[in-house]
Design a protein around this ligand. Structure first.
Ligand code: NAD
Length: 504
């Protein structure tokens, strides 16, 4: 049971009946194997900072083996040659297996990522099976077009799988990120090597095991855990990988693009950081707006790329919104992610924990008003109070840099034009939100904000059919939707003369 302290709460009791960890090796060519070096690294429990288990540590040699297996499976194996509906059937089966094992998988992301066990079951894992079913359903609808060529020519396009994909993913949604890449890539007929984040290596291995049970052939899906500078860099610079799909920080995204450019010029798609604005207009319902803004910032302990980390509130409603948000932050229960009464678990790792606390210190030093929170909780683990700053100026570090934690910055604005200008005053362009009853305002702002997704009267709403991705330094390319499937396909034009057609 959580006990309250300073408006937030923290518990050290263990609520989890956590199943033993079954898979800790690399998954290459359909088998769990040790790394070539035999080295391992610790998977950490952010509730305590202590090790849960040790996991095989992949490096360049292991990436080479995984790429070799994926290359062989692509060039010679059945997967790209199956009909779309046959691939779809296997992906559907994988979705079923995931649902059958939901408790065990949810416990892996909760113990390793500090994510709420209840939300893993409610959101993350259902999202994975939805992605698999969405792309499974699309797999037999991949087709080209008939071209309208000059007289005497017949032509059409083929959409072919791009080849061997390298996927490098972050730790904040280990399950969702894995299937955001794997589901469309496999549906397209590609083979793939995934490098999960070093902070959250566990659930990906469980998915590799289930994929094998579902009938995904050997070599089609490979998982190489390891560090970014070694295993990740080996993927982005690999000469035999045909495409890299990356989700992570803007800084690393830049390195990946350089590595791709200086190796085999493979195409990359980059889903990067954000500093997303949410504009609340005077006509908004206070309770509803506060709920949307609060969840937009504090969902998943603020470790979400699209977090509404800049909240602009129109001056007429500002004070009421601020009061509501502070009330909600004080009521939020922070503690063990397995405790059903808890709303916010620990931050994912020590580095992230320290980074967030240092941003909070920046906010105080720069003169923003700390309304609530601002401290870590307890002596063990990576718990941080939900924190709200008011009177934030656009040029403060906390308004410009991505914090990726439970920290909200509140700013006041007067007119719609001012709101739009300040919303766009950022290097990023991942997401934006608008809360208003005025359709003209909603339409004008949504067309004026430079961001890959705009939510009107809602926030952090995801759907399989809706493409997500960035403008500006939030990257390029899209995940989800049919746009994501197209990123794993090549277009080939086929042209032939027709000499005897009466329709010349
Ligand atoms: P990160 O960029 O440090 O790491 C992401 C992945 O890249 C990890 O697997 C890591 O091992 C790997 N990596 C690190 N250095 C590498 C290198 N030199 N070469 C190849 N791979 C390397 O990011 P993070 O701290 O794990 O995640 C947080 C960041 O991810 C935030 O900036 C957040 O906004 C972003 N993110 C974006 C989205 C999105 O959809 N746009 C979603 C989630 C997270």
């Amino acid at each position: 049971m959580a006990d309250h302290c300073n408006g937030s709460s923290h518990t050290s009791e263990s609520f989890a009946n956590i199943p033993p960890i079954k898979f800790t090796k690399l998954f290459i060519n359909g088998n769990f194997v040790d790394s070539v070096s035999g080295k391992t690294f610790e998977a950490i429990d952010p509730r305590t900072g202590e090790a849960i288990t040790r996991v095989s540590k992949g490096d360049k040699e292991d990436v080479d083996l995984a790429v070799k297996a994926a290359r062989f499976a692509f060039d010679n194996g059945p997967w790209p040659r199956l009909s779309g509906s046959e691939r779809g059937r296997i992906l559907m089966k994988l979705a079923d297996l995931i649902e059958e094992n939901i408790e065990e998988i949810a416990s892996l992301d909760a113990i390793n990522g500090g994510k709420l066990f209840s939300l893993c079951k409610l959101i993350d894992i259902p999202n994975a099976s939805m992605a698999l079913r969405f792309y499974a359903g699309a797999a037999d609808k991949i087709h080209g077009t008939v071209l309208k060529l000059s007289k005497g020519l017949h032509g059409y396009t083929l959409r072919e799988p791009i080849g061997v994909v390298g996927a490098i993913i972050p730790w904040n949604f280990p399950t969702i990120m894995f299937f955001m890449k794997v589901a469309p890539a496999l549906a397209a007929g590609c083979t793939i090597v995934v490098k999960p984040a070093e902070q959250t290596p566990l659930s990906a291995l469980y998915y590799a095991h289930l994929a094998k049970l579902a009938g995904v052939p050997d070599g089609v899906l490979n998982v190489v855990n390891g560090y970014g500078e070694t295993a990740g860099a080996a993927i982005s610079s690999h000469m035999d990988i045909d495409k890299v799909s990356f989700t992570g920080s803007t800084e690393v995204g830049r390195k990946i693009m350089v590595a791709a450019a200086t190796s085999n010029l493979k195409p990359v798609s980059l889903e990067l950081g954000g500093k997303s604005p949410l504009l609340i207009f005077d006509d908004a319902d206070v309770d509803e707006a506060a709920n949307i803004a609060f969840n937009g910032t504090f969902f998943n302990k603020g470790e979400i790329c699209v977090a509404s980390s800049r909240i602009y509130v129109q001056e007429g409603i500002y004070d009421k919104i601020v009061d509501k948000l502070v009330e909600k932050a004080k009521a939020l229960v922070v503690g063990d992610p397995f405790d059903p009464q808890v709303n916010q678990g620990p931050q994912a790792d020590k580095k992230q924990f320290e980074k967030i606390l240092s941003y909070i210190e920046h906010g105080k030093r720069e003169g923003a008003t700390l309304l609530t929170g601002g401290k870590h909780i307890g002596q063990k683990g990576y718990y941080i109070q939900p924190t709200i700053f008011a009177d934030v100026k656009d040029d403060m570090i906390i308004a410009k840099n991505e914090i990726f934690g439970p920290v909200m910055s509140l700013m006041k604005f007067k007119t719609m034009e001012e709101g739009i200008k300040r919303a766009n005053n950022t290097a990023y362009g991942l997401a934006a939100g608008i809360i208003t009853k005025d359709l003209n305002v909603a339409n004008t702002v949504s067309r004026s904000v430079r961001a890959g997704v705009v939510w009107i009267n809602c926030y952090t709403v995801f759907d399989m059919d809706c493409p997500y991705g960035g403008y500006k330094m939030s990257g390029f390319g899209r995940d989800y939707g049919l746009d994501a499937l197209n990123q794993y396909l090549q277009i080939k034009s086929v042209v032939t003369p027709i000499h005897d057609s009466p329709w010349h």
